[in-house]
Design a protein around this ligand. Structure first.
Ligand code: NAD
Length: 525
């Protein structure tokens, strides 16, 4: 029997190991009042954190980074036990990514937060000096999913903290222990406990956080929930970043390296049991490579090791819970009923545990099938042929989603030209998903895949409000644009505008004379 979602009552949640069904813990859900109280505590603590010199904030991140590195094996095992992914994958795609993000924040913080001079071009404004200053919002609410239960909330939390915000995090109800571990590490690193707090629960706790007096919300999850969160936020004009679902296409051009492209496709579709927002969800292969691509993929799938990720030889773990497994099954069944060919998998592996689904290869899929339109979020690689680059781009763009895409070719220029035509937040050539591990690279989607960005410098920008500060260098001088209007004033202003914007130099000269208050040559007879 696949495991069902882990909530047992409105006030308690039980977290289990998706590979075995073993109960890992039982936690109380936060009430709306408790969520609000956490946010108010964070609000009270934040101004002092904002006033703390950046170098001291950096020291806390540095200590967090060291502690995380020391405890990485223990944490990788917890991630494996609560979220199901193999420990090696937890190390590479969660822990190492967070260590690198900490390094990025540490190295970037001073420059990013330094006031930025804004020189004025207009001569009328030369007596002023302007600058941009970046100030924290206050309290950032973070609502996160279960599929990257450590890296997603950690990356957002580090960006929020280094820029001077406090954080209240609601982790997924399926991975609460990992959320608590992030809180524990930051507190152990010396962060004031009120500056990073975790609240617990499922949708009601998330809704309570959205309604609480947070100053900005970073939400990561499905499109359906993202829309609900967006509506609630719009009612009070709460700024939000929405990191939502994907249906990422992989395009294999006729000059691609087949050996590399097939290995890439399998990792892209099956890592984390296909439960990655950046997973390969659709694969389009040039007709000249289509049959060999399918044959090679099928051979390689037979060699993949599925099982409990605590075994270091295992490459693919279980899915998170039975409901997700049913969605995948329904989509695969729909595709097969509409004429897709099942070349591998397509079945549960109940002998391994409650939530295992075999890595699945589907050929001859079409866009009438749900598997090519809806997010699958499971270990399925659906493949379709195409005949021209134009057709591949059209198929890739035929989606409500636009998170990321990949193009596989030996010709970099051809690949980059195609990347420019694909409507997605990221396009990678000859790789996928690894953009998430590039600390400098922004992450976010086009279309229904979301609004705003996390990661990299654009992710830091989402954590600050930009303030423009302007200083007058001659405060004792009245400004020419103040009251005192009249005919002469109007002529002077017209002259000034000509001086700046007339195209011919003679008109500019006449403008300068009028601006200075002298009569025009034609009036001086
Ligand atoms: P989900 O939308 O079911 O839940 C996400 C979070 O929202 C959870 O913490 C949940 O408790 C909370 N929530 C549920 N209802 C809420 C409400 N009404 N108000 C506030 N919060 C609420 O998503 P999931 O199943 O946890 O995660 C999988 C989805 O997340 C997939 O669609 C995947 O593509 C997406 N995802 C996107 C990214 C990205 O960066 N774009 C990354 C990872 C996952």
């Amino acid at each position: 029997m696949a495991t069902e979602p882990k909530i047992v009552s409105a006030s308690t949640l039980v977290t289990t190991n998706p590979a075995t069904g073993e109960v890992l813990g039982e936690l109380s859900c936060s009430t709306p009042d408790e969520v609000r109280a956490s946010v108010l505590r964070a609000k009270a603590a934040q101004p002092q954190w904002q006033a703390t010199p950046v170098r001291e904030r950096i020291q806390i991140l540095r200590r967090f980074q060291q502690l995380l590195n020391e405890r990485r094996d223990e944490l990788a095992r917890l991630i494996c036990r609560e979220a199901g992914k193999p420990t090696a994958e937890a190390l590479v795609t969660e822990i190492s990514v967070v260590l690198d993000t900490a390094e990025f924040c540490i190295r970037r913080a001073h420059n990013f937060l330094r006031p930025q001079p804004l020189p004025h071009r207009n001569p009328a404004m030369k007596t002023k000096r302007g600058k941009l200053v970046r100030e924290p919002y206050g309290v950032i609410g973070i609502i996160s999913p279960w599929n990257y239960p450590f890296s997603i909330p950690a990356i957002e939390t580090l960006a929020a903290l280094i820029t001077g915000n406090a954080v209240v995090l609601k982790p997924s109800e399926f991975t609460p222990l990992i959320g608590l571990e992030l809180e524990r590490l930051l507190h152990a690193a010396g962060l004031h406990p009120d500056l990073m707090q975790v609240v617990m629960g499922e949708a009601p706790a998330g809704a309570a956080l959205t309604e609480s007096p947070i100053d900005k919300l970073i939400f990561t999850g499905s499109v359906a929930t993202g829309k609900r969160v967006g509506e609630a936020a719009a009612r009070r004009l709460l700024p939000v970043v929405l990191e939502l679902g994907g249906k990422d296409p992989m395009i294999v051009l006729d000059d691609a390296n087949l050996e590399i492209a097939t290995s890439g496709a399998l990792w892209g579709a099956f890592m984390n049991a296909g439960q990655t927002c950046l997973s390969v969800e659709r694969c389009y292969v040039h007709r000249s490579l289509y049959q060999p691509f399918l044959a090679l993929s099928r051979d390689k799938i037979a060699r993949l090791r599925v099982g409990n990720g605590l075994d270091s030889e295992v490459e693919i773990g279980p899915m998170i819970h039975g409901r997700q497994l049913q969605i995948v099954e329904a989509q695969v069944n729909d595709a097969v009923a509409r004429g897709a060919r099942l070349l591998a998998g397509g079945k549960r592996l109940s002998e391994l545990g409650p939530n295992f689904y075999a890595p699945t290869l589907l050929a001859d899929v079409t866009h009438e099938m749900r598997i090519m339109q809806e997010e699958t979020f499971g270990p399925v690689l659906p493949v379709a042929p195409f005949d021209s680059d134009e057709e591949a781009v059209r198929l890739a763009n035929d989606s409500d989603f636009g998170l990321a895409a990949s193009v596989w070719t030996r010709n970099r220029r051809r690949g980059e030209a195609m990347a420019r035509k694909i409507k997605a937040g990221t396009v990678m050539l000859n790789d996928m998903i690894s953009c998430f591990g590039i600390a400098e690279a922004p992450h976010g989607g086009f279309k229904q895949s979301g609004i705003g960005r996390t990661h990299g410098e654009l992710g830091l920008h989402e954590m600050v409000q930009v303030k423009y500060v302007d200083v007058d260098l001659v405060p004792g001088m009245p400004k020419v644009w103040w009251f005192g209007y009249g005919r002469k004033y109007q002529q002077q202003m017209e002259g000034f505008i000509d001086l700046l914007f007339a195209r011919r130099w003679t008109a500019k000269l006449r403008g300068a004379l009028r601006a200075a208050g002298l009569p025009r040559r034609s009036n001086r007879i």
